[in-house]
Design a protein around this ligand. Structure first.
Ligand SMILES: Cc1ncc(C[n+]2csc(CCOP(=O)(O)OP(=O)(O)O)c2C)c(N)n1
Ligand code: SF4
Ligand SMILES: [Mg+2]
Length: 288
């Protein structure tokens, strides 16, 4: 198995030259290959946006749904077939704006899925409007006087909700991004990886240089199990930490807590349908 296992060959790609999305695709495919995750065992789920096109460029199972709705679909897929590796991947607008409520619900449920967010601090596909993570004062064709709101802080929210794995990467460093994605994929439970991804066409403020100047790697001695310290790091107003910021590996997974797997771990999708039992359930005569 090598990087060609996921390659779609010589296809047209709708991303602009220089966009950080290319690096994320490379980091993700390399992580999957190094972890020997076969394309047939993976489902990529996305919403709408430039970032959400990433499954189109990978040879694996994909579900490309409505704007903001990747997470509930990903949770459902994992629930009916826990043997699959499920990745929900989209942009900052999709995951934190349109899909914001699903983010909160998914963190609480803790399904064993990886949630990768391309955070370019802008709506790229619709040509440069402010997203929830846009900086205060960011001027756009719609926010002509600059954004008036404080930016949404996904890392602080995830830590506060006790998400079982919270990390941040910057795609200026593809190798480190790959390593962080590998840690997220190895984690059992919900794993958020927010990746700073410059949009070279519609965000002239948060450039590769800007992200490099405003980030730093957590030191080796940093303990991601310390929730208070993780929160302090998440709200640091001076610079953004990169790496695994918080983990709580002790949490039960959503699908692991479902009654349907209490006595039989066979994925629901692999079971023989018992129509008589189903009819009895519909008739309210017995529990499933
Ligand atoms: C419900 C809904 N609202 C708005 C839109 C229009 N829309 C499509 S993509 C997009 C922004 C996507 O931004 P983001 O998720 O950050 O992805 P990016 O393009 O920046 O990678 C918007 C507002 C839509 N398709 N559906
Ligand atoms: S518009 Fe921005 S996010 Fe979309 S492909 Fe171009 S550079 Fe990348
Ligand atoms: Mg975006």
């Amino acid at each position: 198995m090598d990087i060609r296992s996921y390659s779609m060959g010589d296809i047209d790609m709708a991303w602009c030259p220089g966009c950080g999305n290319f690096g994320i695709l490379k980091a993700l495919e390399s992580a999957l290959v190094e972890m020997e995750i076969a394309p047939e065992g993976l489902v990529m789920v996305s919403g709408i946006g430039q970032a959400a096109k990433i499954p189109h460029y990978m040879k694996c199972n994909i579900f490309n749904g409505l704007h903001g709705r990747a997470l509930p679909v990903a949770v459902a897929i994992k629930s009916v077939n826990p043997r699959l590796v499920v990745i929900a991947e989209s942009g900052d607008g999709d995951m934190y704006g349109e899909g914001g409520n699903h983010l909160l619900a998914t963190i609480r449920r803790n399904p064993d899925i990886t949630n990768i967010v391309h955070n370019n601090m802008v709506y790229g596909l619709t040509k440069g409007q402010a997203s929830p993570t846009s900086s205060k004062g960011f001027v756009t064709p719609v926010q002509i006087g600059g954004v008036i709101l404080e930016p949404f802080n996904p890392i602080a929210v995830a830590v506060a909700l006790d998400a079982s794995f919270v990390a941040r990467a910057f795609i200026g460093d593809v190798d480190m991004t790959k390593e962080i994605i590998k840690k997220a994929l190895s984690h059992r439970g919900y794993a958020l990886v927010d990746i700073f991804q410059p949009c070279v066409s519609f965000n002239k403020i948060n450039t590769y240089k800007w992200f490099k100047d405003h980030t730093y790697y957590l030191e080796d001695s940093y303990d991601p199990g310390d929730k208070v310290r993780a929160f302090e790091k998440a709200v640091d107003p001076t610079k953004f930490p990169l790496g695994v910021i918080y983990t709580n590996p002790k949490k039960a997974t959503f699908e692991g807590s479902l009654n349907v797997y209490a006595e039989d771990s066979t994925p629901v999708t692999r079971r023989k349908r018992n129509l008589k039992k189903l009819q009895q359930f519909i008739d309210n005569k017995r529990k499933l």
